[in-house]
Every structure is written in structure tokens, then in C-alpha cells.
Design a protein around this ligand. Structure first.
Ligand SMILES: Cc1cc2nc3c(=O)[nH]c(=O)nc-3n(C[C@H](O)[C@H](O)[C@H](O)COP(=O)(O)OP(=O)(O)OC[C@H]3O[C@@H](n4cnc5c(N)ncnc54)[C@H](O)[C@@H]3O)c2cc1C
Length: 378
């Protein structure tokens, strides 16, 4: 095998697809300990896609990826339900308003069509929001949301059609002189190994002989029963001050919140939806979205999952010894999967990423203590 990719989520399969597009004669295998693809964080994502970030590298990864998503169905034949209804950030503090202004300038310099919104514009876009205390808002019309599972499925089908194979139900437990050791006692020869194991990557990295600081961080999403009277083109709405955010899903709303009391310590503890989440969410939701008082939640369709977090909220992409690392995407792995797939493919085939400047994502930055935190995380 020329390339063995550990992890069959959106990143692993995005890498597989892009490697084979770049170099069709390579033999590529994806290894996953689960019985099928997208059984980690990928299918638990909210599907948000935005270029409104606070660092150049995240803005560039998003712009590249949004262009890819716009062409996804034409290129890969899978409908990913990409609806570019925008992301609307709102804030009720002066610091927040200044911040949106500042990062907006960075975004526009790099080609994002974002702009600040007046309170009247916010009211027009989202008439049911409490806007009384708002000091600032920003909107970008090319942001939006899509179906995360469909993105992974599209990459998987695309990669397989180009010759990729998969080994499911078998965990990678180490590596040794050009091969990956498997928990069934087998060994898979591989010229190059990619670590794309999501929030399990920190522990697995140690077994592969490298250090990558990835911690699992629990996040939850609550689904409501149908809500009447929602505007057709409702954007993803984010309260910058509290991280409360929501978007339409079918006839209802999908609601998220970075709940400080929801941390779970270990990647192998399956994430479960914790009903205390709704109690903790209530004050922030009721303040910004008064109609939340009338919402009924659909508990069977609410869920939890893990972000693979790094200390600076940026992904880790680059070579580390014999291993090419592609992990630590936090809450951005779906939206950045096309750019990550392309960049890792370039590293594998050409030795380094040539389309995007990913220096600030290199694995070595932690040891060098050269971190540039991404402040715009939800
Ligand atoms: C609640 C929630 C909301 C989110 N919302 C968004 C959003 O709106 N937009 C966005 O872009 N992102 C979002 N994300 C983040 C996104 O889901 C992740 O960044 C993305 O799925 C990461 O993909 P991955 O392939 O790196 O990891 P995963 O999908 O977790 O895949 C890793 C795979 O590695 C496998 N694996 C692990 N260890 C081994 C081993 N030893 N051997 C073999 N296989 C192994 C696992 O079985 C798994 O299938 C959200 C995440 C959560 C939890």
C-alpha cells in the first residue's frame, strides 16, 4: 500500500479522494475501527460552513472549501444540500462590535463578502430576535450549512471510484518500519501514513511515536419540533457573546451552545445528550430568542459529540516524523474538509502544501510554543 489513512471520517475520506485525484496510480486504503464510514464526529456535526473567521489561515481554508462545496454535486455526484443562506453574528458588547469590525476587515482583504449589519438589517433578516441590546452584527452571504454525512459519503464514493479501499472494524494500534499494526494482529504495509483519527488522535499519536495535543471536548445540539413562520432564507445565527447559535433544520430549529459544564474526559466514553444542557441553555436562548419559550424539543433527535480540540483552536496539518497529521479540527472539520484533503494530498504527493500556506498549522508549533489562537470559535 502506498498510503494508509487512519480514520474514515470526513477528513480521512477527503484526503483519500484528493490524493487519488492528484496521483491516480497510488494505492490508498482507509482504516477505521468502526464498521463503516462517518461514525465518529462527522455525522454529529451541525453542518455549518463559514468564512467568517479571525485568522487568515482559517479564512483561506474556508474560501477554498466553499468553492469546492459549490461544485460538489457536479464533481462527485452527491447532493450535499448546501444552502448559502449566510451566517449572522450578533453581539451586545462594544468589544464584540469592535472585534467584528476588525476581523471583518481581515476577511474582506482575503476575499470574503462579509460586512457589518445595522440593527435594522438584523431585524429584517431575523425578525424574531431580541435586538434591543445589540451593539454590532456581521453577515456573509456565501456562508451557510449542508449535510455533513453526505459530504463524507460523497468523498467516500468518489475515492472508491478512483480505486481507494477500506478496512473497517479494525483499529490501528501502532506503526513500525513502513507498516500500520492492527488490533487483529495484522499489519498493513504503507509507504506513507496519515493520522486522521479525529478526537482519538491524541492517544493514537503516542502509539505512533509522535506528540499531538488533541483533547476531546463535548458539544451538544438540540432539535426542536416544527416552528411556524420562519423566514425561508434564515441564516445560521450566532450570538458571539454566549456562543448560542441556531439554524433551520427541516421545519424546526437545530440549536447549539458551547456549554461550559459539558466536558467529558475521555475519547472512548461515548458522548450522550445531557438534559441539563437545556437548563443551562435556557437563559441565553430566552434572552436572544424570546420565542424559545414556546419551543418544544425533540429529544430523540437531539444529540452530543466530541470536537477534537487543540490549545489554539486551529487544526494540525503537516508532517511529523514518518506520519502526516490531519486532525484537531474542533468545530470546523466538515467546512474545512475539502481544503484539508487537498493540502494533505499535496504533502503526500509533492512533499508540501502548494495551494494554501499552512505553516501556522504545522504539528511542531506546540513544541515551539508558536501558537496563534483562533478567537472566533463556537
Ligand atoms: C456537536 C458537533 C457539532 C459540529 N458542528 C460542526 C459544524 O457546524 N461545522 C463543521 O465544519 N464542523 C462541525 N463539527 C466538527 C466536525 O464534526 C469535525 O471537525 C469533523 O467531523 C472531524 O472529522 P474527522 O474525520 O477528523 O473525525 P471523525 O469524524 O471523528 O473521524 C475519525 C475516525 O477515526 C476513527 N478512528 C479513531 N481511532 C482509530 C484507530 N485507532 N484505528 C482506526 N480508526 C480509528 C474513528 O472511528 C472515526 O471514524 C461539529 C462537531 C460536533 C461534535
Amino acid at each position: 500500500m502506498d498510503v494508509a489513512i487512519i480514520g474514515g471520517g470526513v477528513i480521512g475520506w477527503g484526503v483519500a479522494y484528493h490524493v487519488l485525484k492528484l496521483s491516480p496510480t497510488l494505492r490508498v486504503t482507509v482504516i477505521d475501527k468502526q464498521p463503516s464510514f462517518a461514525m465518529g464526529s462527522t455525522a454529529r456535526a451541525a453542518g455549518g460552513v463559514r468564512a467568517q473567521f479571525g485568522t487568515a489561515v482559517n479564512v483561506d481554508m474556508s474560501l477554498r472549501s466553499i468553492t469546492f462545496f459549490e461544485e460538489f454535486e457536479r464533481e462527485l455526484g452527491t447532493n450535499i444540500g448546501f444552502r448559502q443562506h449566510g451566517y449572522l453574528f450578533v453581539t451586545a458588547t462594544q468589544d464584540g462590535a469592535d472585534y467584528l469590525e476588525r476581523v471583518g476587515e481581515l476577511q474582506r482583504r482575503r476575499g470574503v463578502p462579509s460586512r457589518t449589519f445595522s440593527v435594522d438589517e438584523v431585524r429584517a433578516r431575523a425578525p424574531f430576535l431580541n435586538c434591543d441590546d445589540l451593539t454590532g452584527a456581521a453577515f456573509s452571504p456565501t456562508d451557510g450549512y449542508l449535510d455533513p454525512y453526505a459530504v463524507c459519503q460523497g468523498f467516500e464514493k468518489g475515492a472508491r471510484s478512483l480505486g481507494a479501499s477500506a478496512v473497517y472494524g479494525t483499529a490501528a494500534i501502532g506503526s513500525e518500519s513502513g507498516s500500520v499494526s492492527l488490533d487483529d494482529g495484522g499489519r498493513l504495509g504503507a509507504g506513507q501514513i496519515v493520522l486522521a483519527a479525529g478526537h482519538w488522535s491524541g492517544e493514537l499519536a503516542q502509539k505512533l511515536g509522535i506528540e499531538v495535543p488533541i483533547a476531546p471536548q463535548k458539544h451538544q445540539l438540540a432539535m426542536t419540533e416544527p416552528v411556524s413562520g420562519l423566514p425561508e432564507n434564515l441564516p445560521m445565527i450566532v450570538d458571539l457573546d454566549t456562543s448560542f447559535h441556531f439554524r433551520p433544520e427541516g421545519q424546526g430549529l437545530l440549536i447549539g451552545y458551547d456549554d461550559p459544564d459539558a466536558r467529558q474526559p475521555h475519547a472512548d466514553v461515548p458522548p450522550y445528550f445531557d438534559f441539563g444542557f437545556l437548563e443551562r441553555l435556557a437563559p441565553v436562548a430566552l434572552h436572544r430568542l424570546p420565542l424559545a419559550a414556546r419551543l418544544r424539543f425533540d429529544y430523540k433527535r437531539s444529540w452530543a459529540g466530541y470536537y477534537a480540540e487543540t490549545p489554539d483552536h486551529h487544526a494540525v496539518i503537516g508532517r511529523c516524523g514518518d506520519i502526516v497529521v490531519a486532525t484537531g479540527f474542533g468545530g470546523h472539520g466538515i467546512m474545512h474538509s475539502p481544503a484539508a484533503g487537498l493540502s494533505v494530498a499535496e504533502i503526500l504527493v509533492k512533499g508540501e502544501p502548494s495551494t494554501l500556506d499552512l505553516f501556522s498549522l504545522r504539528p511542531q508549533r506546540f513544541a515551539e510554543q508558536d501558537l496563534v489562537p483562533e478567537p472566533m470559535v463556537i
